[in-house]
Design a protein around this ligand. Structure first.
Ligand code: AMW
Length: 151
């Protein structure tokens, strides 16, 4: 089974949670360890394109995912962010919520995380376009999947 994420076809091995209307995947170029993405299953481009039930599912799923990555990566806070439209830094035209576990001192200036979110997947000197391997991503997804096993 594969998932669509904008122009990308995503293997189920890197997806760690699927709900009725959303899915969560690990990032191929995380800004911090545990930087993951939560998306609607339907490839809606902009936040205003989502139906109310998709918004509800997306944010309820984001809440569950956020708790899992905060625990897994020993975070003490979270950055939860949506870049909605190209001028806001969106490069993949499919709504996605960035979830990043945070810790004291992880960035020299706390708000630097927003600059990195803006640049990390665009190449350039500060951030060469080196994607993680599918094996590494699948192994991270397998760890995160454990948080969502239903008893
Ligand atoms: W955006 O700049 O559109 O707000 O964020 C796109 C995000 O998707 C980036 O964090 C980027 O690293 C990530 N990404 C892009 N392609 C893939 C992919 N095939 N698998 C996982 N993450 C991806």
């Amino acid at each position: 089974m594969t998932f669509r994420f904008g122009q990308h076809v995503i293997s189920s091995s890197v997806v760690f949670l699927k709900t009725e209307l959303s899915f969560a995947l690990v990032n191929r170029k995380p800004v911090v360890p545990g930087h993951v993405l939560v998306c609607p299953l339907r490839p809606a481009e902009r936040f205003h394109d989502l139906r109310p039930e998709e918004v509800c599912d997306l944010f309820c799923t984001t809440q569950r995912v956020a708790s899992a990555v905060e625990t897994q990566y020993s975070g003490t806070s979270l950055t939860i962010s949506v870049q909605d439209g190209p001028e806001a830094g969106q490069t993949v035209p499919h709504v996605h919520v960035h979830v990043l576990p945070r810790r004291a001192g992880d960035f020299a200036r706390n708000d630097n995380i927003y600059e990195q979110l803006q640049d990390h997947d665009k190449g350039g000197n500060a951030s060469p376009p080196k994607w993680r391997s599918e094996e590494e991503m699948a192994s991270e997804a397998a760890e995160l999947r454990k948080y969502f096993i239903e008893s």
